[in-house]
Design a protein around this ligand. Structure first.
Ligand code: BG6
Ligand code: MG
Length: 216
C-alpha cells in the first residue's frame, strides 16, 4: 500500500520558525508595532506577502506598495543571514528517523511548503534526496489554508489526496490538509493544533506502529 507523506518545512523539518519570527520582529519594531510570539502563530504556514499584511493590520499601519516591497526584501535578506551557516544539525529531532523509515517502507515523500527558500534549506541540511516531489512557495498561487500546495504534491506523486498524510506545525497548514481531505498530523502543541486528526509534540514520539497504521 503506497501513501503520500507530505511534510511542511518550517517548524516541521527544520526549526526555522524562530528565524522567521526574529526577522519579522525587526520589521515590526522599525514600524513601532508590538509583535509577540502569540501573534507569530498567525504567521506560521502563511506566505511572506500575507505575513506582512497581517503585521501591518496588527499595528493598524497603512503602507504604499513600494514600502511593502521594500520591507519584504528586508525581511528576506535578514532571514537569509540566519541560514548562512545552516547544516544538518538544524533538522528537528526524530525527522531523520521518520524519513528513513518511510524510505525503507517504499512510501512516497513530498515537501509541501509556503516558503520560497525551501530548496536551499533542504540542500544545506543534506536531505534533499529524500523527497520525490517538492512543491513550495514558487509553485502555488493560493496560500494555506488553501490546500493547493498539498493537492499539487499528491497529484505529482499520482496518489489520491485521501491517501495522503500531511505533517504540519501551523494552524493554517492543518486546515489546508483537512480541506484537502487528507490525514492531518499536527506537530506541536495540542492547544494550538487541536483541529489536526493526530497531534504529536515532535517526531521523537511518533513510532513505527503509528506509521504502519497509516500505511495499512
Ligand atoms: C512558511 C513559514 O513555511 O513559509 C512562514 O511558516 C513563512 O513563516 C512562509 O512566511 C514563507 O516563507 P519564505 O521563506 O518564502 O519567506
Ligand atoms: Mg510550518
Amino acid at each position: 500500500n503506497k501513501k503520500a507523506f507530505i511534510f511542511d518545512l518550517d517548524g516541521v523539518i527544520v526549526d526555522t520558525a524562530k528565524y522567521h519570527f526574529l526577522a519579522w520582529q525587526k520589521i515590526a519594531k522599525s514600524l513601532n508595532i508590538n509583535f509577540t510570539h502569540e501573534h507569530n502563530e498567525l504567521l506560521k504556514g502563511v506566505s511572506r506577502v500575507r505575513s506582512l499584511d497581517i503585521i501591518l493590520e496588527l499595528g493598524n499601519v497603512q503602507a504604499s506598495q513600494d514600502d511593502k516591497d521594500k520591507w519584504l526584501i528586508q525581511k528576506n535578506e535578514d532571514y537569509l543571514t540566519y541560514l548562512v551557516d545552516m547544516d544538518e544539525s538544524e533538522i528537528l529531532p526524530g525527522v531523520f528517523k521518520i524519513l528513513q523509515l518511510l524510505k525503507e517502507k517504499n512510501q512516497a515523500i513530498a515537501l509541501g511548503s509556503a516558503s520560497k527558500n525551501a530548496r536551499p534549506i533542504l540542500e544545506k541540511t543534506g536531505i534533499l534526496s529524500y523527497f520525490d516531489v517538492i512543491v513550495d512557495g514558487n509553485d502555488v498561487t493560493n496560500a494555506k489554508p488553501d490546500p493547493e500546495v498539498f493537492l499539487k504534491a499528491a497529484q505529482l506523486l499520482q496518489i489520491d489526496p485521501k491517501n495522503a498524510i500531511v505533517f504540519e506545525d501551523s494552524v493554517a497548514g492543518v486546515q489546508a490538509a483537512n480541506v484537502g481531505e487528507m490525514v492531518s498530523v499536527g506537530i506541536g502543541e495540542k492547544t494550538i493544533l487541536h483541529e489536526a486528526q493526530y497531534i504529536f509534540k515532535d517526531f521523537t514520539v511518533i513510532d513505527e506502529s503509528f506509521i504502519e497504521k497509516l500505511i495499512n
